[in-house]
Design a protein around this ligand. Sequence first.
Ligand SMILES: Cc1ncc(COP(=O)(O)O)c(C=O)c1O
Length: 143
Amino acid sequence: MDYNATTPVLPEVLDSMLPFLRKQFGNPSSDHAYGRPARAAVERARGQVAELLGCAEDEVVFTSGGTEANNLVICGVMELSKARRHIVTSTVEHPATARPCAWLESKGASVTRVAVDQHGCINENEVRTALRCNTALVTIMLA
Ligand SMILES: Cc1ncc(COP(=O)(O)O)c(C=O)c1O
């Protein structure tokens, strides 16, 4: 949403994080005196992100980075979707997206890779045309 992967931390983000890096460093998954305030902070952040994105809190999943997030979604959706075995993606995806798609393809899924124009932009109609009744996921980077 800003510099893609190479992003300086905004001063206000750093200020918000410092208490958790210095003092409240508990594991938010642990139900002990260190963990509980950390969990409360993670849940507060989840609510703020959900409000920003206009979605439900339980739709916000924090990961350690882009590769983990892409693998979780691409492989997770295909794991849940036994009947629909088709993915639409683009020809210019980062390996964090291209590789799980290729891996699923090697396991029998179909992958349609929509080309981009000279500006790197996708034509919406080409994506629509690529959709099939067994399409489980459309995954295209926004950058
Ligand atoms: C578009 C895009 N997707 C995924 C990634 C991978 O993210 P990470 O390095 O956080 O795993 C990057 C990183 O450069 C990226 O630019």
